[in-house]
Design a protein. Structure first.
Length: 147
Protein backbone atom coordinates (compact mmCIF):
# COMPACT_ATOMS: atom_id res chain seq x y z
CA UNK A 1 0.00 0.00 0.00
CA UNK A 2 1.20 3.48 -0.79
CA UNK A 3 2.05 5.42 2.35
CA UNK A 4 2.80 9.09 2.80
CA UNK A 5 6.37 10.28 3.27
CA UNK A 6 6.63 11.38 6.90
CA UNK A 7 10.35 12.23 6.88
CA UNK A 8 9.57 15.97 7.15
CA UNK A 9 6.78 15.61 9.73
CA UNK A 10 8.20 16.03 13.27
CA UNK A 11 4.81 15.18 14.81
CA UNK A 12 4.48 11.70 13.27
CA UNK A 13 4.78 8.86 15.82
CA UNK A 14 3.16 5.47 16.43
CA UNK A 15 4.03 5.56 20.15
CA UNK A 16 3.59 9.17 21.31
CA UNK A 17 0.00 9.76 22.44
CA UNK A 18 0.57 13.33 23.68
CA UNK A 19 -2.12 15.67 22.37
CA UNK A 20 -0.76 17.90 19.60
CA UNK A 21 -1.61 21.57 19.20
CA UNK A 22 -0.24 22.29 15.73
CA UNK A 23 -1.46 25.36 13.81
CA UNK A 24 -3.37 24.61 10.61
CA UNK A 25 -0.80 26.60 8.62
CA UNK A 26 1.91 24.15 9.76
CA UNK A 27 -0.22 21.09 8.92
CA UNK A 28 -0.84 22.60 5.47
CA UNK A 29 2.95 22.77 4.90
CA UNK A 30 3.60 19.24 6.25
CA UNK A 31 0.82 17.19 4.67
CA UNK A 32 -0.02 16.25 1.09
CA UNK A 33 -2.95 18.26 -0.31
CA UNK A 34 -5.47 15.37 -0.26
CA UNK A 35 -4.67 14.48 3.35
CA UNK A 36 -4.83 18.11 4.51
CA UNK A 37 -8.22 18.54 2.79
CA UNK A 38 -9.78 15.46 4.42
CA UNK A 39 -8.09 15.87 7.82
CA UNK A 40 -8.37 19.58 8.45
CA UNK A 41 -11.03 20.85 6.06
CA UNK A 42 -13.31 17.89 6.94
CA UNK A 43 -13.47 16.61 3.40
CA UNK A 44 -14.70 13.19 2.32
CA UNK A 45 -13.35 10.87 -0.33
CA UNK A 46 -15.83 9.36 -2.77
CA UNK A 47 -17.26 5.99 -1.72
CA UNK A 48 -15.54 2.87 -3.11
CA UNK A 49 -12.44 4.84 -4.19
CA UNK A 50 -10.18 4.72 -1.12
CA UNK A 51 -7.27 2.31 -0.86
CA UNK A 52 -8.61 0.58 2.28
CA UNK A 53 -12.38 0.23 1.75
CA UNK A 54 -12.01 -3.44 0.71
CA UNK A 55 -8.45 -4.06 1.88
CA UNK A 56 -7.66 -7.00 4.16
CA UNK A 57 -4.42 -7.27 6.10
CA UNK A 58 -3.08 -8.13 9.54
CA UNK A 59 -1.79 -5.14 11.48
CA UNK A 60 -3.03 -1.77 12.66
CA UNK A 61 -4.39 1.44 11.16
CA UNK A 62 -2.91 4.77 12.22
CA UNK A 63 -3.76 8.42 11.62
CA UNK A 64 -2.04 9.43 8.38
CA UNK A 65 -1.38 12.94 9.74
CA UNK A 66 0.26 12.16 13.09
CA UNK A 67 0.74 8.37 13.31
CA UNK A 68 -1.61 7.83 16.27
CA UNK A 69 -2.75 4.18 16.28
CA UNK A 70 -6.53 4.18 15.75
CA UNK A 71 -7.75 0.66 14.90
CA UNK A 72 -6.60 -2.94 14.94
CA UNK A 73 -7.14 -4.80 11.67
CA UNK A 74 -9.20 -7.47 13.44
CA UNK A 75 -11.82 -4.78 14.23
CA UNK A 76 -12.29 -4.08 10.49
CA UNK A 77 -15.30 -5.58 8.77
CA UNK A 78 -16.84 -5.65 5.31
CA UNK A 79 -19.63 -3.12 5.05
CA UNK A 80 -21.44 -1.93 1.96
CA UNK A 81 -20.88 1.77 2.71
CA UNK A 82 -17.79 2.15 0.47
CA UNK A 83 -15.36 3.28 3.19
CA UNK A 84 -13.20 1.27 5.60
CA UNK A 85 -15.38 0.22 8.54
CA UNK A 86 -14.36 -0.82 12.04
CA UNK A 87 -16.42 -1.89 15.07
CA UNK A 88 -14.10 -0.51 17.78
CA UNK A 89 -11.16 1.84 18.30
CA UNK A 90 -7.72 0.57 19.32
CA UNK A 91 -7.96 2.25 22.73
CA UNK A 92 -10.32 4.51 24.66
CA UNK A 93 -8.64 7.86 23.88
CA UNK A 94 -7.51 7.09 20.31
CA UNK A 95 -10.55 8.85 18.86
CA UNK A 96 -12.62 11.87 19.90
CA UNK A 97 -16.31 12.32 19.11
CA UNK A 98 -18.23 15.44 18.09
CA UNK A 99 -21.80 16.18 17.10
CA UNK A 100 -21.99 16.96 13.37
CA UNK A 101 -25.12 18.67 12.04
CA UNK A 102 -23.89 19.33 8.49
CA UNK A 103 -25.89 18.39 5.40
CA UNK A 104 -29.18 18.37 7.31
CA UNK A 105 -28.20 15.28 9.33
CA UNK A 106 -27.22 14.61 12.92
CA UNK A 107 -24.14 12.39 12.99
CA UNK A 108 -21.16 11.71 15.22
CA UNK A 109 -17.91 12.94 13.70
CA UNK A 110 -14.73 11.05 14.62
CA UNK A 111 -11.40 12.84 14.92
CA UNK A 112 -7.91 11.68 15.84
CA UNK A 113 -7.49 11.85 19.62
CA UNK A 114 -3.94 13.11 19.19
CA UNK A 115 -3.98 15.70 16.36
CA UNK A 116 -7.68 16.37 15.83
CA UNK A 117 -7.68 15.27 12.17
CA UNK A 118 -11.12 14.45 10.74
CA UNK A 119 -11.41 10.70 10.21
CA UNK A 120 -15.05 10.10 9.34
CA UNK A 121 -18.22 9.27 11.27
CA UNK A 122 -19.54 6.77 13.81
CA UNK A 123 -22.88 5.00 13.33
CA UNK A 124 -24.90 2.55 15.43
CA UNK A 125 -25.40 -0.05 12.69
CA UNK A 126 -22.25 -2.14 13.05
CA UNK A 127 -21.76 -5.79 13.99
CA UNK A 128 -21.50 -7.35 17.44
CA UNK A 129 -19.90 -7.09 19.90
CA UNK A 130 -20.18 -3.27 19.83
CA UNK A 131 -22.92 -2.55 17.29
CA UNK A 132 -20.78 0.39 16.10
CA UNK A 133 -19.57 1.25 12.60
CA UNK A 134 -16.64 3.64 12.37
CA UNK A 135 -16.89 4.78 8.73
CA UNK A 136 -13.43 6.21 8.00
CA UNK A 137 -11.81 7.94 5.01
CA UNK A 138 -8.92 5.86 3.61
CA UNK A 139 -6.95 9.09 3.08
CA UNK A 140 -6.99 9.62 6.87
CA UNK A 141 -5.50 6.17 7.51
CA UNK A 142 -2.22 4.37 7.09
CA UNK A 143 -1.98 0.61 7.37
CA UNK A 144 0.89 -0.72 9.45
CA UNK A 145 1.34 -4.38 8.55
CA UNK A 146 2.69 -6.93 10.99
CA UNK A 147 6.41 -7.29 10.60
Amino acid sequence: MDQYDHSGNPHYSHTDTTTLNVPLAEWKKLLPEDLYYIAFEKGTERAFTGKYWDFEGIGTYACAACGNVLFQADAKFASSCGWPSFFEAARKDAIHYHEDRTFGMVRTETTCGRCGAHLGHLFDDGPEPTGKRYCINSVSLEFLGKK
